[in-house]
Design a protein around this ligand. Sequence first.
Ligand code: NAD
Length: 286
Amino acid sequence: MHAQSDKTMAVIGAGTMGRGIVQVFAQAGYDAYMFDMAPEALDSAGKAIEKLLHRAVEKDRMTAEDAESTRSRIHPVSKLCDVGTCPLIVEAATERLEVKLEILQHAQKHVTEGGVLATNTSSISITQLAAAMDHPDRFIGMHFFNPVPLMKLVEVVRGLQTSDETTERTIAWAKEVGKTAVPCNDSPGFVSNRVLMPMINEAIFALQEGVAEPEAIDEIMKLGMNHPMGPLALADLIGLDVCLDIINVLFRDLGEDRYRPCPLLRKMVMAGRLGRKTKQGFFRYE
Ligand code: NAD
């Protein structure tokens, strides 16, 4: 295993989030390794990043030289061992506990002595994942938002065992890639989804009860609360299956009725109307 410089990091999982995380680190001067078990995911991540860099140059938001050097710092790898050892590894794979535990067990061997292993999970307990690690004090949640290159926030989630030093280093990394890092403690849904998902769920209850049409619910929340998107359109963007999973986590782990998933949300997921990705959710997409 080859050790690399301090300006090296790796991301595991090259899906929607992983590719964005790789891009922002590469733009900030890091050699960013991108590992995925699915070759097609690596391929489509490479194409998606290329498209964004191309557009940034076209729109004068980036020089052609910067785009070229960013490209040269992105290293897609199809074997985890090819990431060598890095001071920071961010796991951004499928949101399933057993998948993450297995990946993290392997990934921790690729973290430089004293380095940090982070997860981009939206809803799995950081404390629980950390407990399965050799160095739980150096494990943390680094929760980016979609689309990563545009969204400013990184919610830095401290597990019960996470050290202050790990938190400080993670905040520094987030700042280095141009993000605003806001720390919080590990708790179901952290801050972002604990507040967002009940709002989305309530909007779906309002729809189910015939309080208003979907367009009206979204318009009221947009104009009245100054939200850039209405809750139903946002749910369609996130994916209704993802929303249901997260609400289920809040309901199960916080144990209060106010987090009960709306039956209409369950129905939509059962019908395969998952939002934008299936071209139909609360709204239709061409
Ligand atoms: P995604 O389905 O787009 O990508 C997941 C990737 O992980 C896939 O390419 C898959 O091939 C890969 N993968 C699965 N098992 C693997 C393994 N064993 N080894 C290597 N790669 C593996 O998912 P996503 O939307 O990018 O979400 C990734 C993580 O980020 C999840 O934990 C999710 O909760 C979190 N998250 C998602 C969003 C969002 O809006 N999509 C926002 C914040 C956080």
